[in-house]
Design a protein around this ligand. Structure first.
Ligand SMILES: C[S@@+](CC[C@H](N)C(=O)[O-])C[C@H]1O[C@@H](n2cnc3c(N)ncnc32)[C@H](O)[C@@H]1O
Length: 249
């Protein structure tokens, strides 16, 4: 289990409080593209974290096995209402402690890039039933759609040595599609309305922020707050977002 994966344990409260959920259209697209009816399906949600995708799958009638190596992240998932019908397993997604052929879906919601690209997909294939599907998705700020957002990302790129995002020329979505035999990809746009303070708490839940010293993180948050408040004096941001979804078998 890579230690890196545990970086989120340090920011589990901020993650749980402030990361956005996924739009309805993601689940419609997932069902349509995978051919799996979410209602009654068994899903293994790998890198489930605090359970954002897990709960959304549960709400649509899936039974979910949530797998994550982060004890703090999983504790948030377990303590949330709506986690009934969910088994939470502290484990490495590269070596799933599950029998073969048990799942209709294996999902990686903004998590696959933390795993071994080969071992993870071999494990996903092993636990899937025939006809099952593997899905990766990432909920991304669409910086090209708003000047203020591009500037915000550029400030992050300048201040965070481990930043990985749209302000970098070489940035792209994780190459999960290349790991599949059959793949369908979708881009799903949506708009996030969020208070500045919640957006800044969300910022603190990113791995590149968790890698900074406390002082450097505080200073960067202050700078971002000043810029965002100037841009949105009403205190509510309208953030252009898009979900990247890749589904394979
Ligand atoms: C960005 S969070 C995504 C959490 C959640 N799926 C969501 O949509 O918000 C990435 C998660 O991947 C987990 N992770 C890292 N390495 C992992 C591994 N080897 N196996 C399974 N999960 C891992 C981290 O602990 C973290 O909870």
């Amino acid at each position: 289990m890579r230690e890196l994966g545990k970086v989120f344990d340090r920011v589990a409260d901020a993650y749980d409080a402030a990361r956005p959920t996924y739009p309805d259209e993601l689940f419609q697209a997932l069902s349509e593209v995978s051919g799996v009816d979410l209602d009654g399906a068994t899903a293994v949600d790998v890198g489930a974290g605090t359970g954002i995708l897990t709960r959304a799958l549960r709400a649509r009638g899936s039974r979910v096995v949530a797998v994550d190596p982060g004890a703090e992240m999983l504790a948030r998932l377990r303590s949330r209402a709506g986690s009934g019908g969910t088994a939470a397993v502290l484990a490495d997604g590269n070596a799933l402690p599950l029998a073969g052929g048990v799942a209709d879906l294996v999902t990686y919601a903004q998590s696959w890039h933390w795993l071994d690209p080969v071992a993870s997909i071999a494990e996903a294939r092993r636990v899937l039933r025939p006809g099952g599907a593997i899905a990766g998705c990432w909920n991304l700020a669409h910086a090209a759609q708003a000047g203020w957002l591009a500037a915000y990302e550029e400030r992050l790129a300048r201040s965070c040595p481990t930043y990985w995002g749209p302000a970098l020329e070489e940035w792209s979505v994780p190459p999960i599609a290349a790991a599949f035999e059959v793949v369908a990809e979708r881009w799903i746009p949506w708009t996030r309305l969020v208070r500045v303070e919640d957006f800044l708490l969300d910022l603190r839940s990113h791995s590149y922020m968790a890698a900074l010293s406390a002082g450097a993180a505080d200073e960067l948050v202050e700078r971002q707050r000043a810029e965002l408040t100037r841009e949105f004096p009403g205190g509510v941001l309208s953030v252009p977002m898009r979900v990247y979804l890749a589904v394979g078998r």
